[in-house]
Design a protein around this ligand. Structure first.
Ligand SMILES: NC(=O)C1=CN([C@@H]2O[C@H](COP(=O)(O)OP(=O)(O)OC[C@H]3O[C@@H](n4cnc5c(N)ncnc54)[C@H](O)[C@@H]3O)[C@@H](O)[C@H]2O)C=CC1
Ligand SMILES: O=C(O)C(=O)Cc1ccc(O)cc1
Length: 365
């Protein structure tokens, strides 16, 4: 039986551990610096064996998944390179930035260590093993960044180990990956936090301001509630791309400010119109590295059990929901429930069945 070591049993490492445990016959060793995390993982049978020593676990490993913060995973790969291993080990990681770990992997000295980088493009604003879920990566894009000397069979072994995640594997260079995730993940995170900082600043003048923060503000700033330690690490690890995007952004905002000052209404309209068209075109599976879903918007009332009722109707029809989001539900008013499905076929069936029960259902927001 193969031995798989997961180093860093947080949200992502824990979710992969749960998934592998569910789908594969392997001996799973979890490594973490936090004793309480290892105890939790053993207690919930997420792993078969716990170790607080990466070195000790690595000697037993056939495959290692590095799932610590990006900078720590780079250090662990370096540590591995300095170990005197008896058998070959295939290493993958989950880091949100690929450049630094790729560089480390490309300069590996050990002839026992083989590396295929990885990044599951799904997550949550939560962290830690308690938030981990076996199905976290379902329908997500899983980027692989193999180093030049990686064999096709190494890539296949990583894909095979992780095929229970039901994600879609794509291969990119580390450079392409960091540029694209910079644009659609890392930089937007900074903007979300900056918007919240701006609101916080203005609250000093208007104490009522937070109460006016409506659905739009909440939607666009959702990711500002993520793990600050992890994001600080990501920004530094992708420093060069973040710098380029920041310059780009500042220039664009200055251009916008000029349009506003010069009363260029038509140009501002065009700017907004182009953005709307591009955003509307980011339809499920049509575009973008981050997969979209087939969404339904269901009008529900703020009554106890309203949500439960909708979910029961969909479940009774044998249709599985991949994501649920309540967009806005204010006391006494109706609100919108967004249900996401993996296929259009399922989305349309759910729409039909909910309409039979008298719900107002829309495909687009
Ligand atoms: N949170 C998210 O939405 C996503 C995160 N990622 C990447 O996954 C990695 C882990 O992130 P999360 O699971 O969210 O963080 P987390 O904070 O939930 O988990 C990190 C775990 O690593 C452990 N750890 C830290 N240093 C260690 C070391 N030297 N040796 C062993 N364990 C160590 C921590 O104790 C913790 O249990 C990061 O590289 C992140 O960029 C990738 C996709 C999504
Ligand atoms: O919740 C969200 O929208 C995310 O952005 C999750 C996420 C965080 C970090 C990643 O590297 C990939 C995905």
């Amino acid at each position: 039986m193969e031995t798989v070591v997961i180093a860093g049993l947080g949200l992502i490492g824990g979710s992969l551990a749960r998934n592998i445990q569910m789908h594969k016959q392997v001996h799973l060793i979890g490594v973490d610096q936090r004793e309480s995390t290892l105890e939790y993982a053993l207690k919930h049978e997420i792993i078969d064996e716990a170790s607080s020593s990466f070195q000790e676990a690595a000697h037993k490993a056939d495959i290692i998944i590095l799932a610590a913060p990006v900078s720590k995973s780079v250090e662990l790969l370096q540590e591995l390179d300095n170990m005197k291993l008896e058998k070959d080990v295939l290493v993958t990681d989950v880091s949100s930035v690929k450049g630094p770990i790729f560089q480390q992997a490309a300069s590996l000295q050990s002839d026992k260590v083989f590396f295929v980088g990885g990044h599951p493009m799904a997550g949550s604003h939560k962290h830690g093993i308690e938030a981990s879920k076996a199905h976290l990566f379902e329908n997500a894009i899983y980027v692989l960044t193999p180093v030049q000397r990686a064999k096709e069979s190494d890539i296949k072994r990583v894909e095979n180990l992780l095929d229970g995640t039901k994600s879609t594997f794509i291969t990119l260079s580390a450079e392409e990956h960091d540029e694209m995730t910079g644009v659609v993940s890392h930089f937007p995170h900074l903007i979300a936090s900056a918007l919240v900082q701006q609101a916080k600043k203005w609250e000093a003048k208007h104490s009522f301001l937070p109460k006016l923060a409506a659905g739009g503000f909440r939607d666009i700033t959702r990711i500002a509630s993520s793990n600050p330690g992890m994001w600080q690490d990501i920004f530094f690890q992708n420093k060069e791309k973040m710098g380029i995007l920041l310059d780009d952004w500042i220039e664009e905002m200055q251009a916008f400010r000029k349009l506003l000052a010069e009363d260029q209404g038509q140009q501002i309209h065009t700017y907004l119109e182009e953005a709307k068209q591009y955003r509307d075109g980011l339809e499920p599976r049509k575009k973008g590295a981050i997969p979209g879903y087939y969404d339904l918007y269901v009008d529900i009332t703020d009554r106890p059990g309203a949500l439960q009722k909708v979910l029961t109707i969909v479940a009774d029809a044998g249709l599985s929901i991949v994501n649920i989001h309540i967009l806005e539900l204010r006391e006494g008013l109706t609100g919108v429930l967004r249900l996401s499905f993996s296929e259009q076929k399922i989305q349309l069936k759910a729409k039909g069945v909910l309409e039979v029960f008298g719900y107002e259902v829309k495909i687009e927001d």
